[in-house]
Write a new protein. Structure first.
Length: 215
């Protein structure tokens, strides 16, 4: 996805930041409130109104659904407060789960540049990683579940953002298989005995169990 580009009043505000006073981010009025709006509008559009971590979709603009996320926590590294590649939109649930947890493999020294490689991060990074490389998103009965594809970034993201909360319906794979078999049985029962090849094909296409989580 494209990082936000600050301009005009937003840019003027960013360049005078001292790199320390990250509490200014939470001010409810003034230039930072406008800047947060710029960030929100930009990334919600880039992300197609999906959370950077769980890819839940919600077509709402207001702050009740969405938080601006500092991927590297602003309390730990205040100097990356306005770094466009450190910003994304996340849902409240992911934000509350992730909090100020450390996402970097190695601490970054005071003079070092912003870590901009996928391998610098423990978690799936919204800017540097492709989501589908790390998660298979399975849909059964209208519910989404995340299946981590690897024991590294995917597992770490799963744990850090508490993605298990989506899986309560079928936490075990036996349950998922059961759901698949059940759906398929229903399909076979509802399929007329004289169905044509085309009819069967169109029936089969309704049996979708995965979605693509990429932006
Ligand atoms: Zn989320």
């Amino acid at each position: 996805m494209q990082p936000v580009v600050f301009a005009g009043a937003d840019l003027a505000y960013v360049v005078r930041y001292d790199g320390i006073s990250h509490q200014e981010w939470n001010r409810t009025d003034g230039p930072v409130a406008e800047l947060r709006r710029t960030v929100r509008v930009h990334y919600l559009r880039q992300q197609g109104y999906r959370c950077a971590y769980c890819r839940m979709e919600k077509k709402e603009n207001h702050g009740l659904t969405w938080d601006v996320e500092h991927i590297i926590p602003k309390s730990v590294y205040p100097r990356f407060l306005y770094e466009p590649l450190n910003l994304a939109m996340v849902c409240k649930e992911c934000n509350i789960a992730k909090l100020d947890q450390d996402v970097l493999h190695r601490r970054v020294g005071p003079g070092a540049v912003f870590p901009s490689r996928s391998e610098d991060y423990k978690i799936v990074h919204p800017h540097f990683d492709r989501y589908s490389d790390h998660f298979e998103m399975i849909v059964v009965g209208g519910r989404i579940s995340h299946r981590p594809r690897n024991p590294l970034k995917a597992k770490e993201t799963f744990l850090m953002c508490n993605l298990v909360r989506f899986s309560y319906a079928f936490g075990e794979w036996e349950d998922f298989n059961y759901e698949v078999v059940k759906r398929f049985s229903e399909f076979v029962e509802s399929c007329p005995p004289d169905a044509t090849r085309q009819q069967i094909t169109s029936f089969m296409q309704t049996l979708r169990f995965t979605v693509n989580g990429d932006f």
